[in-house]
Design a protein around this ligand. Structure first.
Ligand code: SF4
Length: 481
């Protein structure tokens, strides 16, 4: 049965209503990293849940690649991504030629304002009153939902986690797992409110409730909006992975499909997928492969029973082309697997919202200053211990920790670090670059710590560092001078 045939006789389930909340605003310009982090850390469950889920995901990733030449695969993936980005204009041109030959209508958005305008105009021209959306971080970047809702278009997020985020008026907390920071009880309360009755607090019942409503939305929406994991230059296709099948329905069921994809997602050939795909899914969810891999090549052709009548792809620049050929070009190699978030000791404590914009964890700490500018986003590049765990796990070997150091240096050169921090480091540099002063400082420091030590060889409450020492103990080795 084709999806068009299935539309008939699919009424909205009783009690189901569309999410009516606007997404939460980005907080980057109005709050500090510390304020945002403290808010997450004040929710003990969020902290435990984030650490537990990220531990689990990281463990699955390592297990997935046991017995496989993981490093060899990562080397190949790095090469593919580096080659694609180094030749981005050529591959983009090839992708556009092939996509247009397939019947895709291609648009180019220089920034987020243009992306919102173009997609809103497509909705008007195509007489789209409601859209289903599959998960797309690019659409988060441009705040697409609020633009569409402002234009009178009903928007249904169809990834279950994104649906919850949308209905809560929240934002995703992780690239792959948007509701990592939420509890089942919170979802139960939300869905019961939407249903107007108490639903069973069981995962199966809750997903069945969402599924029934979303099924109706898929079959009645005028438009489907997706992102894209890769743009395949040699075929003009868009590839996306999902586990819930919502990507396939979003791209195939409504009469118009619109994909919003960052220009850096281009790869040369289909045969690059056997390298990139297992790394994306293995590092994202620890799976051999996701349940659905969708490759879409334009609108329905000839006598095909399914597929959109028209396909639009909006290529999003929004700061990407400015990175080409520069010190931070490797940030464009990212395939958004989320693995660096899972192993980052900072992200695991504070979660994604602390980063204030779309992306959290090490890749968020790199992309936020690059896409939003040092003045607005530079602070989050400090949110790292520089332990290198992100470098070790990144499937395309992005030197995240070098990029973070580069961004910190850039921020210091632009004099955007706080005056107090500048003075402290100037003093520290002056003392520790002179051997006699360095030796004297260790003697003075050791003596000071012994004075401040409390209890059994433990020092707490260092003056000026209370925020640090209130939550940590500094072990002293007594009797060594
Ligand atoms: S930087 Fe690497 S590990 Fe992090 S999301 Fe991108 S590809 Fe994955």
């Amino acid at each position: 049965m084709s999806v068009q045939e299935e539309v008939d006789g699919t009424p909205l389930p009783p009690g189901w209503s569309a999410p009516a909340h606007q997404p939460g605003a980005f907080e980057l310009p109005t709050t500090t990293f510390r304020e945002r982090a403290e808010r997450t850390m004040a929710r003990p469950f969020a902290r435990t849940a984030i650490a537990g889920a990220t531990d689990h995901a990281a463990e699955l990733t390592w297990l997935k690649f046991e017995g496989v030449d993981h490093d060899g695969l990562r080397d190949q993936a790095k090469q593919i991504r580096a080659h694609a980005i180094a030749n981005l204009p050529d591959y983009l041109e090839q992708w556009i030629d092939n996509a247009e030959a397939n019947g895709t209508i291609v648009h180019f958005a220089a920034d987020e304002v243009e992306a919102r305008r173009i997609i809103a105009e497509i909705c008007v021209d195509e007489q789209i009153a409601s859209v289903v959306k599959s998960k797309s971080m690019a659409s988060e970047e441009v705040s697409l939902n609020s633009a569409l809702e402002g234009a009178g278009v009903d928007v249904f997020e169809t990834d279950l986690g994104e649906f919850v985020v949308q209905a809560m008026g929240d934002r995703p907390g992780h690239v792959i797992a948007p509701i990592l920071h939420r509890t089942k009880d919170e979802v139960h309360a939300l869905f019961s409110e939407m249903a107007g009755r108490e639903l069973p607090n069981e995962a199966e019942a809750l997903t069945a409730f969402a599924r029934a409503g979303l099924r109706h939305a898929f079959l009645t929406a005028d438009g489907g909006i997706s992102g894209g994991n890769f743009l395949i230059a040699e075929t003009g296709e868009v590839m996306l992975v999902t586990n819930e099948g919502n990507g396939r329905l979003t791209t195939a069921a409504p009469r118009v499909h619109i994909a919003l994809v960052g220009i850096e997602k281009v790869i040369p050939r289909r045969r690059d997928l056997p390298v990139l795909l297992p790394l994306l899914t293995g590092h994202g969810t620890g799976q051999q492969i996701t349940t659905y891999v969708t490759i879409t090549g334009g609108p329905r052709r000839g006598a095909e029973p399914d597929g959109p009548e028209r396909t639009h792809v909006v290529l999003l620049d929004a700061g990407r082309s400015a990175l080409l050929g520069g010190e931070f070009e490797e940030a464009l190699h990212c395939i958004r697997c989320g693995a660096c978030q899972n192993v980052c000791p900072v992200y695991r404590q504070v979660g994604g919202h602390a980063y204030g914009w779309v992306y959290g964890g090490p890749i968020g700490a790199v992309l936020t200053p690059l896409f939003r500018g040092q003045e607005e986003g530079g602070e989050v590049a400090q949110a790292t211990t520089l332990c290198g765990a992100c470098d070790d796990i990144c499937p395309v070997r992005i030197p995240l920790h070098d990029l973070l150091l580069g961004l910190r240096r850039q921020r210091a050169e632009q004099a955007q670090t706080p005056r107090r921090e500048q003075l402290a480091f100037a003093a520290w540099g002056a003392v520790w670059s002179r051997p006699r002063l360095y030796r004297a400082s260790t003697v003075v420091g050791g003596a000071a710590l012994r004075v401040l030590a409390r209890g059994d060889a433990v020092s707490t409450r260092l003056p000026g560092l209370r925020r640090w020492t209130d939550g940590r103990d500094l072990l002293l080795r007594r009797g060594r001078g």
